[in-house]
Design a protein around this ligand. Sequence first.
Ligand SMILES: *[C@@H]1O[C@H](CO)[C@@H](O)[C@H](O)[C@H]1NC(C)=O
Ligand SMILES: *[C@@H]1O[C@H](CO)[C@@H](O)[C@H](O)[C@H]1NC(C)=O
Ligand SMILES: *[C@@H]1O[C@H](CO)[C@@H](O)[C@H](O)[C@H]1NC(C)=O
Ligand SMILES: *[C@@H]1O[C@H](CO)[C@@H](O)[C@H](O)[C@H]1NC(C)=O
Ligand SMILES: *[C@@H]1O[C@H](CO)[C@@H](O)[C@H](O)[C@H]1NC(C)=O
Length: 496
Amino acid sequence: MKFLIKTAILSAFSLISLASAANEPIACDIDNKCPEDVPCCSLYGQCGTGAYCLGGCDPRMSFNISSCMPMPVCQSRTDTFKDLSSIVSNSEYLGDASKHGWVSSGQILQNADTVLLAMPKNSVGAVLASTDYMWYGKVTATMKSSRDQGVISSFILMSDVKDEIDYEFVGKDLETVQTNFYWQGALNWTNSQNISLSDTFENYHTYEIEWTEDVITWSVDGQVGRTLKKADTYNATTNQYQFPQTPSRMQLSIWPGGASSNAPGTIAWSGGALAWDGSDLEDPGFYYVTISEITVDCYSAPSGTETDGSKAYVYKNANALASDVKITDDNTVLGSFAATGNDPDRGADDSSSSAAAAVPTGAVAGGDANRGNGSSSSSSSSSNSGGSASKSDSSSSSGSASKSSSSSSASSSKSSGTSNSASSSSDATTTSNTKATTSTSQSDSATTSDKMGGWVQNSKQTSTNTITTANSGTSRTLVSSFLVIAVIASAMAVLA
Ligand SMILES: *[C@@H]1O[C@H](CO)[C@@H](O)[C@H](O)[C@H]1NC(C)=O
Ligand SMILES: *[C@@H]1O[C@H](CO)[C@@H](O)[C@H](O)[C@H]1NC(C)=O
Ligand SMILES: *[C@@H]1O[C@H](CO)[C@@H](O)[C@H](O)[C@H]1NC(C)=O
Ligand SMILES: *[C@@H]1O[C@H](CO)[C@@H](O)[C@H](O)[C@H]1NC(C)=O
Ligand SMILES: *[C@@H]1O[C@H](CO)[C@@H](O)[C@H](O)[C@H]1NC(C)=O
């Protein structure tokens, strides 16, 4: 009898693996490039078109070097976020950086003269990423972090080949900001250093990253907190400077580092499990990061850079070092969400295709893709495919997304089943929280105005986000969980 149950359940899980494998996006990493029809490898290690070919598209893992779209060059500016007009949702953005400075995923709210990145209960958080790329320069954000164990905020620079320069805020310790850097996604725990400061949730601080070819400086409130020299990153074995050196987007985010679906190393680093019971979830109804101002000051490209225009940075080859980048006048705008760098006009005349905006999902979009110990790749890869809260540990060890394709062992089937149901419930909660938040905002003055001032939400964004969530896997994962339940139920029926 016992054996029978086990077999029935095991076959239920194999069924699910098969069922979801058919619908899941194709995974990509450094050894498995995307196929020609969905040529672009997203930040989260999945192949697609449209938004997959914009920010975060990794040229080393995509079909060929022209699959990802050219990257809009850096625009010096100051954003004071008096309204949300500089922000566009990632389900609408097609690559025209001249119209919007920032592209969002998740809930972005306006509160007086600030912008909030919101993370409702069981959601994956929110990201604001620049539409343009900095290739050396200085970026400064005046902001307050989120708080609570397991809740992470970040302000980072990240390139499409996963060079990174980070500030990260671990909500359990509000008197420390962590600084970190990565070269092509390689995780090295010794790269992290702390800066002490006064409560990052209660107080605005001004966080600055100055990045030149030779040195990176992290300064808080005008005081230098850390300096990293390129010379100190030389690796004699590979004969390379393992120093961030490729055009990078500026990103601010909030994400659930302590979510139970994350790798143990990520949860430990984030201060421990996220209980989703903090007071911020009652009032104002979500964890949040507050951004008051961002200033971008672009520096020149390295001398000797091949220059054939002034609009876009383009990788010449997949080595993806600074010397492999050129500047061109290439088009950065896609014709539709079906288009790619290989075929930028695809679907441009077909209004139905542009209606279906598939956007990269997976993790939180959260900040750096590199956090985590890589040791637990099965949890990260399965939750990546489910769109649940998971820091993408996949790229941690070698910059390669270690998608553990459904092997036949009992444990891997089990973990993919578990993660599917977890992610469907988190998607569902995200959707209902979105509605809850919207209705709160209507009766706003009674409940939240004291604390938040009259924050308002861009309703267009809300509905888009809801649609995005639905498109990006809820139905698939729901189907999978129902399948689990149905098959287990029928196994039980057989036994009875
Ligand atoms: C990339 O692939 C496309 C076909 O999808 C081809 O037209 C193009 O020439 C290729 N580019 C390079 C640089 O190989
Ligand atoms: C991490 O960086 C340190 C200092 O550069 C170096 O000694 C160490 O070998 C690196 N570890 C790995 C795994 O690359
Ligand atoms: C930074 O601070 C955190 C506590 O907030 C601590 O766990 C971590 O070890 C510190 N990192 C370094 C490099 O000192
Ligand atoms: C040098 O780079 C290689 C490959 O990235 C890495 O495995 C090794 O740990 C690095 N060594 C040091 C001293 O950082
Ligand atoms: C990550 O792994 C390294 C070695 O593999 C270990 O030294 C470190 O403590 C781990 N960090 C966490 C937070 O588990």
